[in-house]
Design a protein around this ligand. Structure first.
Ligand code: ADP
Ligand code: PRP
Ligand code: MG
Length: 222
């Protein structure tokens, strides 16, 4: 068990954790317990000076900005949403090109989104990305009522809670399975390394080699 690790990394379990493991390994770091097999929220690694905090994906920026973690990995969707309320707090040196997907507007099959926009209809939009959605529709000049949800966004148009959603799309399988179609891209998404600004200065000697290793291990675009 690590007593006084010099470095703390924040990660979410699931796809970001899985896709980060090979990057860590290329940096010579092995995570010695898996969050699916352990209820521990602080995981040791093969390096005595590095530990990993398991947090919700949308909480990673908070841990890093306040210095509870020195660095972490979060999706651009989460980072963009977070930055609207906490501008400039995080250093984002590397796009790791993992957990790739996109944010898109989706509606029920048969809902004429273009016509609704053209006619200046007021749209009810369900999303967990309220800032991203508000900015997207403001840029288009579309009036929206945003309905904040925490998950299963695809359900909202099916039960009359919303006309549209803004959510993550990857294969499109979830939209198809629920009779929805993507009608507009909002932004491409991949995960980025984020670093606490004070740690970057005070812990540069231990942090920088890890950041360099991540940079070299990052899968190329395409
Ligand atoms: P959550 O509990 O917030 O849904 P996830 O592990 O599903 O956590 O998502 C973490 C990040 O992975 C998201 O912020 C997004 O950047 C990316 N992501 C989410 N869904 C997908 C997907 N289906 N395919 C690829 N990347 C995704
Ligand atoms: C994510 C996202 C979409 C789905 C899109 O859900 O919230 O529902 O992936 O991916 P697709 O286009 O390949 O179907 P996730 O699998 O993370 O489930 P959860 O967040 O609801 O647990
Ligand atoms: Mg998810």
């Amino acid at each position: 068990m690590t007593q006084n690790p010099q470095l703390t990394m924040a990660l979410s379990k699931g796809r970001i954790f899985e896709e980060t493991l090979p990057l860590l390994e290329q940096a010579g770091i092995v995570v010695t317990e898996h969050p699916d097999q352990s209820r521990k929220l602080i995981l040791p690694t093969s390096r005595d000076d590095l530990r990993i905090l398991i947090v919700r994906a949308s909480d990673v920026p908070t841990y890093v900005q306040y210095g509870a973690a020195d660095f972490g990995i979060a999706g651009k969707d989460v980072l963009y949403e977070y930055s609207k309320e906490h501008p400039g707090g995080l250093y984002q040196p590397i796009d790791l090109n993992i957990a790739r997907c996109r944010l898109a507007v989706a509606v029920r099959e048969g809902f004429d989104y273009e016509a609704a926009v053209r006619q200046g209809a007021r749209l009810r939009v369900a999303t967990k990305y309220v800032n991203v959605a508000r900015e997207h529709f403001a840029r288009k000049g579309v009036y929206v009522d945003i309905i904040k949800l925490y998950g299963s966004m695809e359900l909202a148009p099916l039960v009359g809670l919303a006309d549209a959603i803004v959510d993550v799309v990857s294969t499109g399988g979830t939209l198809r399975a629920n009779g929805l179609v993507a009608v507009e891209d909002v932004m491409p998404v991949s995960s980025r390394l984020i670093v606490n600004q004070a740690a970057l200065k005070t812990r540069a000697a231990v942090l920088q080699p890890i950041l360099d290793a991540f940079e070299h291990a990052t899968p190329s675009q395409g």
